[in-house]
Design a protein around this ligand. Structure first.
Ligand code: D41
Length: 678
C-alpha cells in the first residue's frame, strides 16, 4: 500500500467496509436489515469515492466490488482442486429404496441418518475464501474444470465477500447453487421486454445467462442469489462430523443456507421429506426440481466413497419433469364464455408434471406467431403445479419438412358463425352470440338480469341447468318452457316453477332500450342501447341500420357500429329475435325525438349515498330516460350530485368544485317535474 494515503482516509475506508459488510450480512443472510437502503447506498458511495481517489485502497473484499468491474474478453479456465462430483438421479420411490439398501449393506447398519435438502434448479459454483476473503469464484463446468467468474459472483448480494464469525479457516471452498428467484425472474423479464431485450425462458436460464456475462456490471443488475450445499478444499480448521453440522458452520460464517435443509432418519424419513417438499413446492419463490439425500455422517461418507464421478452417499430424488417434448398433432379452437376463441394444442400424449398430457393451451394467435409453432412441430410442453398445461415453444432443430401453419378458423367450430378479430385485439371471437352454445349460458344470464329483462328467479344456477339439460337452446326458448319441465329441475317444485313462469310472463312487457341492452351485443351497454332506441325509435330500423347510420348515433363510434352491424347481420341472431317477439315480448315504439330535445339532455348526474324511495339503478334508469348522463365520479363537468344517506367522498368533492348538490326530495322534484313535461 502506498504511503501517500493519509491515515485518516485509510481508517475511514476500513470503517466503511466493516459497516457495509455487517449491513450486507444483516440484509442478505439474516433477512433483517437495520438501516434503510438509502443509508447503505450513501456509505457505499463514500467508499467508492475514497477508492477512486486512492486506488491503492482497493481490496478484493471491498463491498464496492458488488457493482461489477470492467468487462473481460473471455473467462479463464480454473481447475477444481477437488473435483465437483455429479449426483445420481432417482425418479421412483423404489430407486431411493435401492439406494438406501445398498448404502446400508456397504456400511453394515440397519438405518442411516440423512441430511435432506431441496434440489435448487440453478447453477453449481465453487467459491474459494483465503483467510476469510473471497478470492475466486468458478462455475462447476464439467466437474474437473470450470470458468473463472470471480468478478461476477462478487456482485451477488448473498455471497459474502468476507466471512464473518470466528475460527476462520486458511482456505475454505464453499459449493452451492446460484439461482434466480421466481419474482426476480418475472421482474427481469418485464424489464427486458420494455427495453426490447431478450426475454428468458425460465429462471434457470436467466440465472445462467446472468452469471456468465463478460461484463460483470450487467451481472450486478440481475437478481441472483446463492445457497450453499457443501464444501470442497478446506485447510486450517477442524470440521464437524456430520454434513448437517458443516452446513450450519457455513451459515455461521455468513453463507446462506436454505431454510428447508433438515435431518431425516432412514428411507421413510427421506420419502416423507420428499412429499412435504412436493406439496410446498408451488409456494416457494424459487424453482426446485427435486430433493437431495446425503448420508449425514462424514465417516460413513468416506466409507462409501464414489463410483466414477458420483458419490455413493448422495442421490437426487427428482420430481416429475415439468417440461417435456412431444409432437403437435393439431390445433382445435375452444370457445369461451364471451365467444373468445382459444387455440388448444392436440399433442401426442406425454408424461409431464406427473400426469399424461394430451391437450395444452396455445393462448392466442399472437403467441402462436411469437413462438413460431406449427402443426407437425416438436414442441415443449410445460405443466407446473395445478396450472393448465401450455406449449412453451417449438423446437426448431427438430422441425420436419412438412409442418403446417396454424390459422384462425373463419367460422366458429361450435356454431358455424363467422369469427371476427377486431383491430387491436389479440383475441378472436365467435360472432354467433346468442346462438353459440358456448356463449349461451352467459347470454341468458345477462338477458335475465335486473337491468335487462329483469326476470326474477332466473338465476345463474337455473340457467346452467336449463342449458345443460337441453331445455333451452337459444334465448327465446326460456319463454316456451313448460311448468312440468321447470318443476323437474334441481331445487325446484311446482310453486317455484310457477313463480318463474309468472316472472317470465311479466318480463315480456318491457322497453325497447332494455330489450336492445338484453340482447348482449358486444360493446353495447345501457347507455348505447338507450341511444339506439331513441335515435331509431323502433327495432326494425335499428336492425336494418348501416354502419354509417349507426355512427351518427350519440356515443357510437366505428368499433361499436361495426359490432352492432355484424350482430344484426347474423341469421341466427335474426331468428332468435323473431322468436322472442313471437313469444310476446312487446314495448311501445318510441316517438323518435333527437336526444338533444329530451328534458335533461346534456346534463350529467352523479349519485351518491342511499336513496330511500328508489334504488340506485331505478334512479339511474329514470335519469337516462330523460336524456341525462349518469357518471360514477364527480368532475368539473358534473351538473348535479344527488346525495342520499351516508354519502361518500363524492359529496365533499362536489362542494369543493362548487357543483350543485340535490337532496333526495329535490331530486324527486326534478324527476317528477321533468316526467310531467315529457
Ligand atoms: O441444490 C442443488 N442443486 C444441489 C446440488 C444440492 N442441494 N446438493 C448437491 N450436492 C452435490 C454433492 C452431493 C455431489 C456434493 C448438488 C450437487 N452435488 C450438484 N450440483 C450440480 C452437480 C452436482
Amino acid at each position: 500500500m502506498s504511503k501517500s494515503i493519509p491515515q485518516a482516509v485509510r481508517e475511514r475506508a476500513a470503517a466503511l467496509r466493516e459497516q457495509l459488510h455487517h449491513h450486507n450480512y444483516l440484509y442478505y443472510v439474516l433477512d433483517a436489515p437495520e438501516i434503510p437502503d438509502s443509508e447503505y447506498d450513501r456509505m457505499l458511495r463514500e467508499l467508492q469515492a475514497l477508492e477512486a481517489d486512492h486506488p491503492d485502497l482497493m481490496t478484493a473484499d471491498s463491498p464496492t466490488q458488488r457493482v461489477g468491474a470492467s468487462p473481460v474478453k473471455e473467462f479463464a479456465e480454473v481447475r477444481h482442486q477437488i473435483p465437483m462430483l455429479s449426483l445420481a438421479n432417482a425418479f421412483a420411490d423404489e430407486e431411493v429404496e435401492d439406494f438406501d439398501r445398498r448404502a446400508r449393506e456397504r456400511l453394515g447398519v440397519d438405518q442411516i441418518q440423512y441430511c435432506a435438502e431441496p434440489k435448487l434448479d440453478g447453477l453449481a459454483i465453487s467459491l474459494v475464501y483465503e483467510n476469510g476473503v473471497l478470492v475466486r469464484g468458478a462455475t462447476r463446468g464439467d466437474g474437473s474444470s470450470g470458468e473463472e467468474v470471480t468478478q461476477n459472483v462478487r456482485t451477488i448480494g448473498t455471497i459474502p465477500l468476507k466471512l464473518s464469525g470466528t475460527n476462520i479457516p486458511k482456505i475454505l471452498e464453499v459449493r452451492g447453487e446460484v439461482i434466480m428467484s421466481r419474482s426476480g425472474f418475472v421482474q427481469l423479464n418485464e424489464q427486458q421486454r420494455q427495453q426490447d431485450e431478450k426475454v428468458f425462458a425460465n429462471p434457470r436460464n436467466a440465472a445462467a445467462g446472468s452469471l456468465r456475462q463478460l461484463d460483470s456490471r450487467i451481472t450486478a443488475r440481475r437478481p441472483l442469489e446463492f445457497y450453499c450445499y457443501g464444501i470442497g478444499q478446506v485447510e486450517g480448521v477442524v470440521l464437524p462430523q456430520t454434513h448437517f453440522e458443516i452446513l450450519q458452520g457455513l451459515k455461521d460464517w455468513g453463507l446462506r443456507l436454505n431454510p428447508e435443509v433438515g435431518e431425516v432418519t432412514g428411507v421413510d424419513g427421506c420419502l416423507e421429506y420428499y412429499r412435504g417438499m412436493q406439496n410446498r413446492r408451488d409456494g416457494l419463490d424459487y424453482d426446485i426440481d427435486g430433493v437431495v439425500y446425503k448420508v449425514n455422517s462424514i465417516a460413513q461418507q468416506e466409507t462409501l466413497g464414489f463410483v466414477s464421478r458420483a458419490p455413493r452417499w448422495a442421490v437426487a430424488h427428482k420430481f416429475p419433469a415439468q417440461e417435456e417434448m412431444t409432437e403437435l398433432l393439431g390445433v382445435d379452437w375452444q370457445v369461451g364464455r364471451t365467444g373468445k376463441l382459444t387455440p388448444v394444442a392436440r399433442l401426442k400424449p406425454v408424461f409431464v408434471g406427473g400426469v399424461t398430457v394430451s391437450n395444452a393451451t396455445l393462448h392466442n394467435l399472437d403467441e402462436i406467431e411469437r413462438k413460431d409453432v406449427r402443426v407437425g412441430d416438436t414442441v415443449i410442453v410445460r405443466r407446473a403445479g395445478d396450472v393448465i398445461p401450455e406449449v412453451v415453444s417449438s423446437v426448431n432443430s427438430k422441425r420436419p419438412s412438412h409442418t403446417k401453419h396454424i390459422h384462425l378458423p373463419k367460422v366458429c367450430p361450435v356454431c358455424g358463425s363467422e369469427v371476427v378479430r377486431l383491430e387491436g385485439e389479440a383475441d378472436a371471437r365467435c360472432s354467433g352470440g346468442l346462438y353459440c352454445e358456448a356463449q349461451r349460458k352467459e347470454a341468458i344470464k345477462h338477458f335475465a338480469s335486473r337491468r335487462a329483462m329483469d326476470i326474477e328467479g332466473l338465476g345463474d344456477k337455473l340457467v346452467e341447468q336449463l342449458v345443460d339439460q337441453k331445455l333451452v337452446h337459444d334465448l327465446a326458448d326460456i319463454y316456451y318452457l313448460k311448468l312440468e319441465q321447470v318443476a323437474a329441475l334441481d331445487r325446484m317444485a311446482e310453486k317455484s316453477a310457477q313463480n318463474l313462469l309468472d316472472a317470465l310472463d311479466k318480463s315480456k312487457q318491457t322497453t325497447l332500450e332494455r330489450f336492445i341492452f338484453a340482447l348482449g351485443i358486444r360493446q353495447v351497454g345501457e347507455a348505447t342501447a338507450r341511444s339506439l332506441a331513441h335515435y331509431f325509435g323502433n327495432l326494425n330500423d335499428v336492425m336494418a341500420a348501416s354502419e354509417e347510420a349507426l355512427i351518427d348515433v350519440a356515443d357510437v363510434g366505428p368499433i361499436v357500429a361495426e359490432s352492432i352491424f355484424r350482430f344484426f347481420r347474423e341469421p341466427h341472431n335474426q331468428s332468435v329475435i323473431k322468436k322472442l317477439i313471437q313469444a310476446g315480448i312487446l314495448w311501445e315504439d318510441i316517438e323518435v325525438k333527437p336526444i338533444t330535445e329530451l328534458p335533461l339532455a346534456g346534463k350529467t348526474f352523479v349519485l351518491t349515498g342511499t336513496l330511500s324511495s328508489l334504488s340506485r339503478d331505478e334512479a339511474k334508469a329514470k335519469l337516462l330516460a330523460l336524456g341525462a348522463k349518469v357518471s360514477g365520479s364527480v368532475s368539473a363537468k358534473t351538473d348535479y350530485v344527488v346525495v342520499g344517506v351516508e354519502p361518500g367522498s363524492k359529496a365533499d368533492k362536489a362542494a369543493q368544485l362548487g357543483v350543485s348538490v340535490l337532496s333526495e326530495d329535490e331530486f324527486l322534484t326534478v324527476l317528477g317535474g321533468q316526467a310531467d313535461q315529457s
